[in-house]
Ligand binder design. Structure first.
Ligand code: ADP
Length: 548
């Protein structure tokens, strides 16, 4: 029997319509150099229609790609809503990618238009001529009016100012019918080996994922919430927080380019953010800043979503105990929209107990919509008993089934009987909690046994004198690989390697302890703010790491 239900399509156009009408009184606040600027969601709806009109006027038709090269701000939000709603495909370019990758993905996606923040024009200029399909560049933001556009001229694309284009458009747009399975947006993985690979989200996958994000399990949003996505809109769609905000009516607080701890804390207070999301390195910086300036504590902030790499328990405990801010760990990948698991400890485990903290140290619980399993080296499915260790595989309506037009012969190996192989190694328990011990490419194999770099890092970062720690495998003649610990020590502390080894010895077997140590000023970071272990391994191989 077929249902009697209406067959309404789950589209970003619907999210936009709902957010900008029913929640017309919510707002998007964007940080400026010396304050904030705001737009109500009602006003945003007008800008969305005008941007769609302007893009149509530039010749954007069908599923053509419109790229963004922007910080998190009101104009980027407008593009997030307008581009998919008009049937085109939003392609968020990571402004921190190396030049060759940036040009590769713009050409691979065949971007027709690039929207760029005035403050980022200088960064785009050197690459524009090589972006073969780009016909128009639109310069946005408050500084666009006075910006010198000459450097963009003569590079094969027409150059426009965003506000001038939009102001000339009617306040409504004739939105097309959209099939929910059509492409809405695309993101490229950062491509640690080979070229970056494209993931294409559908309207339906974005819609379903966003429903999960604003649920109580993840960001717990409603119209009284104020969401601050620090995670860039060019990194895995800002973890779905943008669409989740429009769905729930939560206001958005956009930090633009002011991402250092001090202006962030100021903006959190000024915008009265209640929920925020960013990778652990950001919160580590914020915590350090608040230690020096406790008076700048953002009083409204109650919940932090954290992920992208393992979230040290010490960081979670410090934010909770010193500032009353709950950190909720989430796990996911560009390929999974990105959030696939998140959450608090299960029923029956009292908050604040050791057991509860153990759960908070996990990558969270699988969300409804995502199935997970652990697979052994031989491809067999292992038990979800919280014990068996293998590669995590996932599947579900917001998990990618393939890569976009990939020419990488290894791309097919990322899938296994309809499941995505995540490249993450860990275990799964019967309640759906994931505990990751490593990424497969970061695993340390010493004398045939695995040593978890994540566990060692977590333990080291619990030491009072350690600000950051990254542990990588280095080659060893006898054991194949041994752990190297690179540690950032708190300013003024004079902790020794011996003391750190002793500190670790309480929780690790002797053979698991790092025997190479380096004290560094900062752990190298990737374009999205994660520890860049590839760079550490390279530095070590080149003899550039000064061992203690
Ligand atoms: P990349 O880091 O490769 O540029 P993604 O941003 O898609 O691309 O990162 C996905 C990866 O980030 C996951 O496969 C996993 O290794 C790591 N990751 C994400 N969240 C967590 C977490 N909570 N704990 C540990 N690792 C995480």
């Amino acid at each position: 029997m077929r249902s009697t239900m209406q067959d309404a399509q789950l589209t970003i156009r619907e999210i936009t319509r709902h957010g900008t009408t029913v929640h017309r009184d919510s707002e998007v606040v964007t940080a400026t150099e010396d304050g904030t600027r705001s737009l109500s969601y009602g006003e945003l709806g007008v800008r969305v229609a005008q941007l769609a009109g302007a893009l149509r006027g530039l010749g954007v038709e069908g599923d053509q790609r419109v790229a963004t090269f922007m910080w998190n701000n009101a104009e980027h939000l407008t593009a997030y809503l307008a581009v998919p709603s008009m049937g085109a495909v939003l392609h968020t370019l990571n402004i921190r990618l190396p030049a060759d990758q940036l040009v590769y993905i713009a050409n691979h996606a065949e971007d027709k238009v690039v929207l760029v923040d005035a403050s980022l024009v200088g960064l785009l200029v050197p690459h524009l001529a090589a972006m073969e399909t780009v016909e128009h560049v639109v310069v946005a933001g408050p500084e666009a009016a006075g910006a010198d556009l000459a450097p963009l001229q003569g590079q094969g694309a027409e150059v426009h100012r965003y506000d001038e284009l939009l102001d000339a458009q009617p306040e409504t747009f004739d939105w097309p019918e959209i099939d929910e399975r059509d492409a809405a947006a695309m993101c490229y993985t950062s491509g640690t080996t080979g070229n970056p690979k494209g993931v294409v989200y559908s309207h339906r996958s974005a819609y379903l994922h966003s429903m999960a994000i604003w649920s109580g399990t993840v960001a717990a949003l409603d119209a009284h919430s104020r969401v601050l996505p620090i995670v860039p809109q060019f990194h895995a769609n800002a973890w779905g927080l943008v669409y989740a905000a429009l769905m729930s009516g939560a206001s958005l607080c956009m930090p633009d380019r002011w991402l250092q701890a001090e202006p962030l804390c100021r903006f959190m207070a000024a915008s009265r953010a209640t929920v925020s999301g960013a990778v652990p390195t950001v919160w580590n910086d914020v915590l350090g800043h608040l230690e020096r300036h406790p008076e700048q504590k953002p009083e409204s902030l109650g919940l932090i979503l954290c992920g992208g790499s393992a979230v040290p328990l010490a960081l979670q405990q410090a934010l909770w105990r010193k500032h009353g801010i709950e950190v909720r760990q989430a796990w996911g990948m560009t390929e999974t929209s990105p959030v696939a698991s998140a959450g608090r400890p299960p029923l029956g485990v009292e908050e604040g107990t050791d057991e509860a903290w153990r759960y908070r140290g996990t990558q969270g619980r699988l969300l409804c919509g995502v199935e997970g399993r652990i697979v052994g080296d031989d491809g067999s499915v292992l038990a979800d008993d919280g014990d068996a260790v293998g590669e995590l595989e996932v599947r579900g309506p917001w998990v990618t089934a393939e890569y976009y037009r990939s020419d990488d012969p290894q791309a097919a190996e990322k899938f296994h009987d309809g499941w995505l192989r995540t490249g993450d190694v860990g275990k799964l328990d019967a309640l759906g909690y994931i505990t990751l011990t490593d990424r497969s490419k970061d695993v340390i194999k010493s004398g045939g046994e695995w040593i978890s770099s994540v566990d060692l890092e977590n333990a080291l970062m619990a030491h009072d004198d350690v600000v950051e720690a990254a542990v990588v495998a280095i080659p060893d003649e006898k054991w194949d690989e041994r752990p190297l610990a690179t540690v950032v020590v708190r300013e003024g502390a004079d902790v020794t390697v011996e003391q750190l080894r002793e500190f670790l010895a309480a929780d690790f077997a002797k053979w698991q302890l790092p025997d190479a140590w380096a004290f560094v000023d900062q752990v190298p970071r990737t374009s999205v703010g994660k520890f860049d272990k590839k760079v550490i391994r390279k530095q070590y191989a080149a003899g550039e790491v000064e061992l203690q």
